[in-house]
Design a protein around this ligand. Structure first.
Ligand code: BEZ
Length: 386
């Protein structure tokens, strides 16, 4: 009898929650991602991953339909504030999801903080977002720039390399990733002898490659991604450097790019919080669903988009889709453990994933796991006061 009463009460509560979420109307999600430029493919896969998770929940999160609003941010920081305000002020979105480029994301974080709009960052690693600019309404489903840089520095030092050169684009993602690499590499007994850079999104690498050939370091550490990574890896190989000076990088150097890089990328060692062949039921199911839905292979960007939706769902489920219960929702997002295709991860106190970093080797069209660089690596969250 008591069980029957309990069941009826639960059914009444569930029906009430459902009708409340239906009354609330659709949840407005503002996707601010690059649909053009060197990071276009990255933005595309983030959106596909996000929509895949929502689709798996029947197109609703916590009973609420999802309505999408989109802005192409072109990975252009100069347009970022205007672009994000289209979503916040014109479209009145409930949650912002974006973006790929660190400089654009920093402007999004400022606008989100000022307007108190919930922001989930599905890629951009700008350290400040979960560091000095952290806020209760800002979360990341990806990584901080420091994390993959640091993890690669650990591996490079373990390999016994002593003299390294770094090369990257001269903006937050490049400089902060190099800083993370340098911190771990020098702690492990190596020395970074020279940092090389060029403006984002330039791909005229020739003069810098000539300098690497002249200096002959033990290893080169590179941060590039998307179209720029394809060109860099091909140019490095064409300059004859792949066989003489080992090239390492954070995994963005070879993620989502291997088909285009072909033979030039084979054997490259990188570290990242994802690898294609993580052999778990969760990753296998995700990759199968992604391939079925989009006739393409998933990559780290797809995973981060999928997990941005999971993170949002965790918050919404805790409050029955009622955004009015904001404190409870944000609390639930901070405390959730995300069942990601990369492996389960928790949030740090500054809202950045605490996650394993894999050592990967490029083989054919896949980045395959060869080991763990650092387990449960937490960003230090420097400057975050929450
Ligand atoms: C960034 O700008 O933070 C970024 C862009 C592409 C890949 C990884 C990081």
């Amino acid at each position: 009898m008591r069980t029957l009463i309990k069941l009826s009460l639960a059914a009444i509560a569930a029906t009430a929650a459902l009708s409340t979420s239906a009354q609330q109307g659709p949840l407005k999600v503002g996707l601010m991602l690059p649909n053009s430029g060197t990071f276009a493919a990255l933005g595309d896969n983030i959106e596909k991953g996000f929509r895949l998770y929502v689709g798996e929940q029947g197109g609703k999160l916590a009973g609420r339909e999802i309505q999408y609003f989109k802005v192409d941010d072109e990975s252009d920081p100069a347009k970022a504030t205007d672009n994000v305000n289209k979503l916040i002020k014109r479209d009145n979105v409930d949650v912002l999801v974006g973006t790929v480029h660190s400089g654009v994301a920093l402007a999004m974080a400022r606008a989100a903080k000022e307007s108190n709009t919930l922001l989930i960052v599905p890629n951009a690693g700008a350290d400040g977002i979960t560091g000095a600019q952290c806020a209760p309404n800002i979360f990341r489903s990806s990584f901080s720039n420091w994390q993959p840089g640091f993890a690669t520095g650990v591996v490079a030092a373990q390999k016994g390399y002593k003299r390294a050169m770094t090369i990257t684009w001269n903006y937050a993602a490049g400089t902060e990733t190099v800083k993370g690499f340098t911190e771990a590499f020098e702690k492990g007994g190596g020395k970074v002898v020279k940092d090389l850079s060029l403006p984002f999104p330039n791909v005229e690498f020739q003069a810098l490659l000539t300098e690497i050939a002249a200096q002959k370091p033990d290893v080169v550490f590179a941060f590039f991604a998307g179209g720029g990574a394809v060109k860099f890896v091909k140019d490095y190989d064409a300059a004859g450097l792949r066989k003489t000076v080992p090239l390492m990088g954070s995994g963005f150097l070879t993620d989502g790019t291997l088909e285009a890089q072909g033979a030039a990328a084979q054997g490259l060692i990188t570290t990242l919080h994802y690898a294609d062949d993580i052999d778990t039921p969760r990753n296998n199911a995700f990759r199968k669903a992604f391939a079925l839905a989009y006739k393409a292979n998933a990559d780290v960007y797809a995973v981060q988009g999928y997990d941005a939706a999971q993170l949002l769902a965790a918050g919404l489920n805790a409050v029955g889709g009622n955004l009015g219960k904001r404190t409870e929702m944000l609390y639930a997002m901070g405390k959730t453990v995300v069942g990601s295709p990369r492996g389960k991860f928790a949030m740090s106190t500054s809202h950045n994933p605490v996650q394993d970093f894999y050592i990967r080797e490029a083989k054919g069209n896949y980045n395959v796991v060869t080991g763990i660089a650092v387990k449960a690596l937490a960003d230090p969250g420097r400057g975050c006061k929450m």
